[in-house]
Design a protein around this ligand. Structure first.
Ligand code: ADP
Length: 396
């Protein structure tokens, strides 16, 4: 029996899913939250059972120990040798990694060296990789990069209009993010369109807590809204998205709390977006619940929708038309009012939603038969992409 673990390690969390491969059957999944804090929360779901425990987990190495012990204790595996592959999501692969790669000591060092591009994520990803290498030395370890899918962007899209030396000396360019998600839903959309992906033009809107929009031509990313880091693009739960950089020095000079560039970037990453504008929450459900009585929540909703509409408009121009527009991730998959508000402003392009199909629980097509661009809701599955990449690279 061949089992593969897909691991998504965040700065203080570790999400995992265990598959029977190549059948792609989910055997178990879990989440370890609050790593490094008091009262870490350990959740495991398998079959129709769910177990939740609370105790302190000081670091990612211990989190991996706990995860593996749980797999045995709950009889999800009998022997660790059954786990033949482990796939790790890595946020930043820079220009180096154009596809998923088997982990070697050199690759691990390169992941660490790319930490400047994702200071919160890459060190946590590397810690997770090292812990699994030590505990499951015989399994094939694979790194799957959030940025790899976007390495097909043409230079005119990924370069910033800065002097060239900032690109050549400091690698300042657009890298994008959520690549596995955009790639997965684009392939699913091509199936729904009934066309080979090479013959499609698709715009994918991954809108969750983090959000990015991608223009995909013939299955290849040609532009995406996130940039050098995941702060760019559309407005998000706590992130600004696109900003005029002149605001940064202006705020440092004029605001007593913001003392340096890092303070401003932190504020724009963690206290802005839906949360900053509404003053109440980064969660779209709270914004929708409050907006009829709270003008700040109403404004946050309108700004959020406005930024997404503008990116879709841009990408219709980049692609010179589209066969499909796809909604995915927490908000894209679940929020009927957000989808309705975005689509209401796009009818001129021949994007016509069927109001009776844009309903709670909708999956698949939500456009009218007459719509020039098909509109799809497609649940993303980043873990499955990871497991598939591990399977294709397995050496033993
Ligand atoms: P992450 O980027 O953290 O992976 P998710 O894709 O899980 O985020 O999306 C999380 C967001 O999805 C939440 O912050 C919430 O705003 C939103 N969400 C989930 N369900 C709904 C819903 N029914 N209506 C509106 N928003 C929702």
């Amino acid at each position: 029996m061949s089992k593969t673990l897909a691991v998504n390690a965040g700065s203080s969390s570790m999400k995992w899913q265990m598959y029977e491969m190549p059948e792609e059957k989910v055997l178990a999944k879990g989440l370890i939250e609050r790593i490094g804090l008091k009262d870490s929360i350990i959740t495991v779901k398998f079959g129709d059972q769910k177990e939740e425990r609370v105790f302190d987990i000081p670091d990612h190495t211990e989190a991996v120990h706990v995860l593996l012990d749980d797999l045995k204790r709950l009889s999800i595996v009998e022997e660790f040798t059954e786990i033949t592959g482990v796939g790790h999501r890595v946020v930043a692969g820079g220009e180096l990694f154009k596809k998923s790669t088997v982990v070697t000591p050199e690759v691990l060092q390169q992941v660490k060296d790319l930490s400047a591009l994702a200071p919160l994520h890459n060190p946590a990803n590397a810690a997770g990789i090292e812990a699994f290498l030590n505990l499951l030395p015989d399994a094939t370890s694979v790194v799957v990069f959030d940025t790899a899918f976007h390495t097909t962007m043409p230079e005119k899209a990924f370069r910033y209009p800065l002097p060239k030396k900032y690109y050549t000396e400091h690698a300042v360019r657009k890298y994008g993010a959520h690549g596995t998600s955009h790639e997965y839903v684009a392939h699913e959309a091509a199936k729904l369109l009934g066309k080979p992906i090479e013959e499609t033009k698709i715009i994918t809107a991954h809108i969750g807590n983090g959000a990015s929009i991608t223009a995909i031509n013939g299955g290849k990313s040609v532009d995406t809204s996130m940039g050098f880091t995941p702060l760019a693009g559309v407005m998000m739960g706590t992130r600004t998205g696109e900003m005029d950089p002149s605001v940064f020095p202006y705020l440092i000079e004029n605001d007593s709390e913001l003392k340096n560039a890092q303070d401003v970037v932190d504020m724009m990453n963690k206290k802005s977006g839906l949360f900053g504008v509404s003053g109440i929450s980064s969660d779209m459900r709270d914004i929708i619940g409050a907006k009829d009585e709270n003008p700040d929540a109403q404004l946050a909703f309108e700004m959020y929708v406005d930024r997404i509409q503008k990116y879709i408009g841009q990408y219709l121009a980049v692609l010179n038309g589209a066969d499909a527009l796809v909604f995915t991730a927490g908000i894209g998959e679940n929020s009927v009012p957000v989808r309705a508000a975005i689509l209401e402003g796009l009818t001129w392009f021949g994007i016509e939603v069927a109001p009776d199909k844009n309903d709670w629980g909708a999956v698949g097509e939500i456009s009218k038969a007459s719509s020039r661009v098909k509109i799809y809701v497609i649940p993303t599955d980043e873990e499955l992409v990871i497991a598939r990449d591990v399977e294709s690279l397995k050496t033993k």
